[in-house]
Design a protein around this ligand. Sequence first.
Ligand code: B12
Ligand code: SF4
Length: 501
Amino acid sequence: MKILLVYPRYPDTFWSFKHALKLIWKKASFPPLGLLTVAAMLPGDWEKKLVDLNVRPLTDEQIRWADYVFISAMVVQKNSVNDVVARCRRMGTRVVAGGPLLTTEHESFTGIDHFVLGEAENILPALISDLINGCARRIYSSCERPDMNGTPVPLWSLINMEDYTTMNLQYSRGCPFDCEFCDIVFLNGHKPRTKSKSQILDELDALYNGGWRGPVFIVDDNFIGNKKKLKQEILPAIIGWMEEKKYPFSFTTEASINLSDDNELMGMMVKAGFVRVFIGIESPNEESLAECNKVQNKNRDLVAAVKRMQNRGLEVMGGFIIGFDNDSPSIFKAQINFIQKSGIVTAMVGLLNAPRGTRLYQRLKNEKRLVETFSGDNTDLSLNFIPVMDKDTLINGYMQVLNTIYSPKQYYDRVKAFLKEYRPPKRKLVSNLKAYQVFGGINVLWTLGFKEKGRRQYWRFLLSNLLNNPRSLPLSIELAVYGHHFRKITQAYQNPAQISK
Ligand code: B12
Ligand code: SF4
């Protein structure tokens, strides 16, 4: 059997990092881990190829080669899914699809032959045997969430790691919290399920033996969902592995704010090579936190919590949401002030939207406030519900937040505020200096220092770092590159014709 795994295109948004990637000649940030994991579950004697449309185009010849095209997608990739499916139908190649988009709204995809709804581990064996016997059904699903001990190491040989800035690895699924707007609880459940220590070491070995050196994103819903296992088994194992291999990777992950309460855990994570955490901060407005049931963020000094993590050596990336029922127009200023004060350089600010499967979707449906389908991108100025605040005020205020926090002055001020608090461990990461890093560095200097607006702020920022904090220079340059991307995307939002969907 010949299987072509296809990852559809996602639009250029804050999360695509397209403008940053261009500067360093990389094609995409992360490989499609879901498809690579599914590929590893397919029989060893089936032929497999993978095309990530964010890296290279899909040819008719590739579609014709395949007996089945396997697609995985998030809601934001909907348009691209439709294009791929239409091409497969024209060429008579059957399509199997799974992932968050199809799990939450498969009914709207009439051209897809077989759906795998939910996690593949329990479901795929039945589909495989039905495909072999030529009697595959339309829908495969399971009420039980799989044990992650059965999840194989992703089939890394299907991609060229050099196309990406970062590799990824999943340790756990599920989150113990229950935020009203989040579909993780629906997709992956409340109870954190984890891989074993030996699975994690196998995954690290696979990346290392595949030649990877550099950033690794641990794509968990909440990495600290099971703290006991982390402290007793997983982090000690990762620390041992990283020390032995002389720190070939730097880790980023997603966690809840209560990480900042646990000094021991933060210390162990930093020792294991974690450099960044993405935290859902959402809002400085207590009423809005209560409204969305973000209990872990309530009644605490959020700025102090962020600074504690920065002091321990973790850069905090933050997710912020505007448009809660309890947000009044004063929220715009409050968000800007919070973001600037906290030194969260990478602040991902989105408009509230209600994805299917969430409690928010259900509440708004009951209140008859749902208006259209969710585009999947909470930064494209669309809303799929009627907000309490006047819609134009909300959208203009949101744009004002983006314009302010990503303007060169505010952005570089934030990097400085962060570096003041940041205390990384003194350790050298193994890095084989690659051609793209050298030429990318020159390109960055040319673009930010000579070509683009904000040149004066860039040079001032660079010189002040060189004089006051030379060790942090590589990180400052990296953050300046992200800033360039955020500014470009914000500019594109002023002129929606520039946004490629
Ligand atoms: C990494 C990641 C990204 C990467 C994606 C790139 C990439 N190549 O992976 C980046 C950072 C670019 C990204 C961006 C965004 N993301 Co994202 N992301 C993730 C994250 C953290 C991990 C994905 C992953 O690798 N999972 C591990 C694999 C093993 O799991 P999986 O993909 O679900 O696959 C399993 C099953 O679904 C199934 N399966 C999956 N595909 C297929 C296909 C077939 C054929 C079969 C049989 C089975 C199958 O089997 C697999 C094994 O069980 C998830 C959260 C999560 N826990 O999954 C969010 C998540 C996928 N992202 C999400 C969102 C909303 C976004 C953004 C829209 C955020 C935003 N606010 O703008 C942006 C959009 C990008 C853009 N440019 O506009 C949502 C999607 C919700 C939805 N219903 O679509 C998720 C679920 C998180 C959340 N709840 O908020 N994201
Ligand atoms: S803490 Fe994060 S992953 Fe967990 S329910 Fe809330 S938003 Fe979702």
